[in-house]
Design a protein around this ligand. Structure first.
Ligand SMILES: Nc1ncnc2c1ncn2[C@@H]1O[C@H](COP(=O)(O)OP(=O)(O)OP(=O)(O)O)[C@@H](O)[C@H]1O
Length: 706
């Protein structure tokens, strides 16, 4: 409708010589946007006032500035009359809601929803490494995008030519109308066609480049994460790391594509169209130069509000997803405690909040689009009024006015997209910086770092010599204190003791998940820090813990995880040793049975036996059993224990156990307390001592009789 009205006005202005000077006064000086913005910033970020009050105060300042302006005109007053109350109420509500939403999100989980970590430095040389393989496609995309933008600058001028031809024909009524129009119209059509082709070309190339860069970054980041040592995963949440792989790389990819497509196009078009505007009419250009920045500034301000609202809404959606994720991931616990209703309420509460935020966002966008449409149409109107005056004084042709209108619309669109682009670029750079930061992290215990593999076959002797250790995440808390222990070749050594005494920590040091703060762990007389870590973990040490984690693939693949190149026969032999072959073959799909996510489709005892088979398939010299049977019922424990007894023959074994009944046959038993060995000997020797070990035995027997 507004376009129809404008075209009517355009026709009136170009056909009649009316004077519209009074309507051409500039209004940009009255809005005092810079003052408004400064006020908004100081109130929004520093003030202790209610955000809504702050907004009203800012608005009244603006109103006062408008009222006291000496050059008030009827147009600005009219605008203020129409827009003032509406904008005031809608914007104040929007402002309050943004502030409230932010407070909500901050209050619910402090420091978790809104990331406050300082943004690391963006590493351009790392980006270059990913862009280099796509350089040719990227250069082609840039050239095509640049070409499309240059052609876009030509369009207003050619449209003007076309209008001039029509106007001349109307004035002179000579020649054939179709012949007159055909030439410029065909040229214009050709230009549209070429521009369409260039646009298609650069978008295809750019999405290819973007996708490939993102895919390479994902692979590289995943490799970098897997390279890190266990201490890194103690300190970083899995969700955060997964977010780097997904959301951050997605954000970076979007920004990357946007900068090259929209950024390049918008800047080229803005500069080119401004030159065209100036060539067509310096006077009209002067008017545009005054009004446009004000509108773009206001647009950027509202846009930043909306982006903030959008970010908060996204974070709230992520929070709701987190609640659902946790409930579904732990569905057995939820059901066991009949907490379905509570989880539903929690989720519904988070979803309602996100719904409210998204509604606010939708409202904000609607207001923004309504206002910006109106403002742009007002500019068209003003240009037609002013252009009509120039036409009446023969300073401008109707075609030139048309060119000017189209070119100025292109400039407005380009400036608007540059302002949006700016925020996107900032977000993209910070996402990229975080991704590159993780990529360049070097593990303190590198998996492959030139460590050696001994030529001789191992005896399997292990010595913990004078070990002191604190976890990197808790440096002040010494878990092991000058700890000494020898695991003789082919013997079974058990560690027992109170909970939290440091038993599992000893196993972690042998696996070299961590390095001791002081002291050495020796394997066959060699410091394990000098040995090849992949060899040590992959071939020398087999590890079975209390809660075996299986992957969501087949039983065959899960056992083969212990030795990637193992033949089917090796896998089956390991399964037999682990007492697992019989139950596996009782399944309809046998070794191809899928075990479900984390092995949920198997019983605890079955999972444990597959884990034993997985450890045995690599035929390790050293076996570490960290409470391998403590989660099982009596019958499962019997079958698993039988498998373990067979598995431990001919190997050096370290058993960490709670249930003392399972380690009575060990060659040597150590009792740990507070990071030290306080008693050591065989079962009978320790019993005869009557110390901590016999205390523990007595307590467990008493508990068993209850
Ligand atoms: N990843 C870790 N980061 C920081 N501290 C840890 C970590 N793992 C364990 N600890 C701490 O180290 C101490 C020893 O833990 P460890 O797991 O070795 O004890 P444990 O004797 O095996 O206990 P339990 O018998 O209960 O399994 C505990 O105080 C524990 O809180």
């Amino acid at each position: 409708m507004s376009q129809l009205l404008c075209s009517r006005l355009y026709l009136t202005a170009t056909s009649r010589s009316l004077s519209f000077n009074s309507l051409c006064n500039k209004t940009g000086d009255k809005w005092k946007l810079s003052r408004w913005y400064t006020c908004y910033k100081s109130h929004a970020h520093g003030s202790t006032q209610q955000p809504g009050n702050a907004f009203h105060r800012i608005w009244s300042l603006t109103q006062r500035a408008v009222r006291h302006s000496p050059s008030r005109t009827s147009k600005s007053a009219g605008l203020r009359l129409i827009l003032g109350p509406a904008v005031l109420s809608v914007s104040a509500r929007l402002f309050c809601r943004v502030a409230r939403c932010e407070a909500d999100v901050n209050n619910n989980t402090p420091g978790e929803v809104i990331a406050t970590d300082p943004v690391p430095e963006f590493k351009w040389h790392m980006l270059w490494e990913f862009v280099k393989p796509q350089l040719f496609a990227l250069i082609c995309a840039v050239v095509l995008a640049f070409g499309a933008a240059i052609l876009n600058i030509q369009i207003p001028l050619m449209l003007g030519d076309l209008v001039n031809v029509v106007a001349r024909y109307l004035r002179e009524h000579s020649g054939n109308y179709v012949n007159e129009v055909k030439g410029p119209a065909m040229k214009l059509l050709g230009l549209y066609g070429i521009q369409g082709l260039l646009t298609t070309g650069y978008i295809i190339l750019l999405s290819r480049v973007g996708e490939r860069v993102a895919a390479d970054m994902r692979k590289s980041l995943f490799a970098a994460l897997l390279r890190q040592d266990v201490a890194f995963f103690d300190a970083n949440k899995t969700g955060q790391l997964v977010n780097r792989l997904t959301a951050d790389i997605q954000e970076f990819k979007s920004s990357f594509k946007l900068v090259i497509s929209q950024g390049l196009r918008s800047i080229t078009q803005t500069v080119g169209c401004f030159v065209s505007l100036y060539v067509i009419s310096p006077k009209l250009t002067g008017l545009t130069v005054v009004v446009l920045p004000c509108l773009v500034g206001a647009g950027a301000l509202i846009g930043s509000f909306l982006r903030k609202l959008s970010r908060l809404a996204q974070e709230q959606v992520a929070k709701a997803t987190g609640v659902a994720d946790e409930a579904l991931g732990n569905v057995r616990t939820v059901k066991a405690f009949a907490m379905e209703e509570r989880e539903l309420q929690l989720y519904a509460c988070e979803v309602d909040k996100s719904c409210e935020m998204n509604e606010n966002l939708g409202g904000g966008i609607a207001v923004f689009q309504g206002l910006s449409n109106m403002a742009l149409n007002c500019i068209v109107l003003g240009t037609i009024f002013a252009g009509g005056t120039l036409i009446s004084s023969n300073e401008l042709s109707p075609g030139d006015l048309m060119s000017f209108l189209v070119a100025s619309q292109t400039v407005q669109r380009s400036l608007a997209s540059i302002s949006i682009l700016f925020g996107q670029v900032v977000r993209g750079i910070s996402s990229g910086a975080r991704v590159f930061e993780y990529m360049s992290l070097q593990p303190t215990i590198p998996l492959s770092g030139g460590g050696r593999i001994p030529y001789h076959s191992l005896t399997g002797r292990v010595d913990f010599m004078n070990i002191s250790f604190s976890y990197p995440t808790r440096p002040g808390h010494e878990v092991l204190k000058r700890f000494n222990l020898t695991l003789p070749p082919c013997k079974t050594v058990a560690i027992v003791g109170e909970s939290g005494g440091g038993k599992s920590t000893v196993a972690s040091l042998l696996e070299r998940f961590y390095d001791p703060t002081s002291g050495v762990v020796m394997l066959d007389g060699l410091d394990i820090r000098t040995l090849d870590l992949a060899w040590l973990r992959g071939q020398v040490i087999g590890f079975i813990n209390q809660e075996p984690v299986l992957f969501g693939s087949s039983i065959m693949e899960n056992i083969r995880f212990g030795k990637p190149g193992a033949t089917d026969a090796e896998v089956i032999s390991a399964a037999k040793q682990a007492n697992a072959h019989r139950f596996i073959t009782s399944f309809p799909d046998g070794y191809n049975t899928m075990v479900g996510e984390r092995g949920v489709m198997l019983s605890g005892g079955q999972k444990q036996r597959i884990a034993i088979a997985r450890a045995l398939v690599k035929n390790p010299s050293i076996l570490v059993l960290d409470e391998a049977t403590s989660a099982l019922d009596a019958e499962s424990e019997r079958v698993v224990q039988e498998a373990l007894d067979r598995a431990t023959r001919g190997r050096t074994v370290l058993i960490i156990a709670h249930r003392l009944s399972t380690i009575q046959g060990a060659d040597f038993i150590c009792v740990m307390s507070n990071g030290r060995i306080v008693e050591a000997g065989t079962h009978l020797e320790l019993l005869s001592k009557g110390g901590l070990y016999s205390d523990l035995i007595r307590r467990q027997r008493a508990e068993g009789q209850k």
